[in-house]
Design a protein around this ligand. Structure first.
Ligand SMILES: [Ca+2]
Ligand SMILES: [Ca+2]
Length: 88
């Protein structure tokens, strides 16, 4: 294998990897927004604690409560889209 080929392969790998990471990031954001819409059952663009606890949490209710409190950055007892999916 000559140097040019090696360089081309490395450059290609980086491009593919970067594209893949970007697509993954986008996918995560989309999934978060989808999850937000699912949780917001009355569609007021806020998730109340009751709405949040209305779905089964794989790690248990105690973990879910901690997660809710951690996400509720202004401590008003509701999660906005910005609080639930920061950066989306
Ligand atoms: Ca709601
Ligand atoms: Ca809040």
């Amino acid at each position: 294998m000559n140097l040019w080929k090696a360089t081309a392969i490395i450059a290609l790998s980086i491009t593919v990897f970067t594209g893949y990471s970007f697509a993954q990031g986008q996918g995560r954001g989309m999934r978060c927004l989808q999850r937000f819409a699912e949780l917001d059952t009355n569609n007021d663009k806020k998730i109340t604690f009751a709405e949040f606890m209305d779905i089964p949490h794989p790690r248990g209710d105690d973990q879910a409560k901690i997660m809710f409190k951690a996400k509720d950055s202004n401590k008003d007892g509701e999660l906005t889209q910005e609080e639930f999916c920061p950066g989306n």
